[in-house]
Design a protein around this ligand. Structure first.
Ligand code: URA
Length: 240
């Protein structure tokens, strides 16, 4: 493991958030190799002996969870408005896991959670082109021209989307809606909704059905499972 900043190391070991860890350091609660450290620059790894108020840090077991997120739950570990968050759905998970990226409050589907910061950063790095497939119920029916735009790259606020795949699964002319499967490689906030908005179709319902090779097979909404060792190893590879 490469050396990381002390506050990051503490956060990953489950002591407190990075901000709270900085406070603990600044207030002199933290010793590194026997010496109290109060400045933020210092970098550490597992060779270093770190103590908070005299208690040695124990590393948390790494957890990798695949959840079927229901609608109406926030992809976070806390919420100011006291709404339900995804970690509320976890039973018997003691480790401080958090979601990798996010799905909107009203989006359901596949969400990964972990307490492995390196793993989360790896998957969220733009270089890691993992395919994410969503099924969207949209208002109206896409024209061939609109499908081409969505697939070829579309200008959103501040960036142009990478190539995408779009497949119309069904159309309901009477109800003026369609079901569309869309596969994208990026993970900007509200990206799918914004892409459909940009071609004039509001998303009424959205679900993420796969993330790379991972699917929701065997899970019902609100449930989760651990990733297997092989799945974790596969995700750690550079899928450039
Ligand atoms: N795109 C969106 O618009 N919302 C999500 O939750 C995920 C992708």
């Amino acid at each position: 493991m490469e050396k990381v900043r002390l506050q990051k190391f503490m956060a990953e070991a489950g002591v407190a958030s990075r901000r709270k860890s900085e406070e603990l350091i600044a207030k002199g609660h933290v010793r590194v190799n026997g010496k109290i450290v109060t400045e933020m620059g210092i970098k550490v790894d597992h060779q270093d002996k770190i103590e908070v108020d005299g208690m040695p840090l124990e590393e948390e077991k790494k957890r990798y969870i695949l959840m079927y997120k229901p609608r109406g739950v926030i992809s976070a570990v806390t919420d100011d408005k006291k709404r339900k968050v995804v970690t509320d759905l976890l039973e018997d998970v003691q480790e401080r896991v958090y979601p990798i990226g996010r799905l909107d409050y009203d989006t359901s589907g596949l969400l990964l959670l972990t307490n492995d910061g390196e793993f989360a950063n790896h998957l969220m790095h733009p270089r890691y082109h993992v395919e994410k497939t969503y099924v969207a119920k949209i208002e109206g029916v896409l024209t061939t021209e609109e499908i081409k735009k969505l697939e070829g790259g579309i200008k959103l606020k501040g960036f142009t989307t990478a190539k995408a795949k779009v497949k119309v699964m069904s159309k309901d002319k009477k109800k003026n809606s369609s079901i569309v499967r869309i596969t994208i490689h990026e993970g900007h906030n509200h990206q799918v909704k914004n892409m459909f908005d940009a071609v004039g179709h509001k998303v009424e319902k959205l679900a993420r059905e796969s993330y790379g090779f991972l699917t929701l097979d065997g899970l019902v909404s609100g449930k989760y499972r651990n990733l297997t060792r092989q799945e974790v190893a596969e995700l750690k590879k550079d899928n450039k």
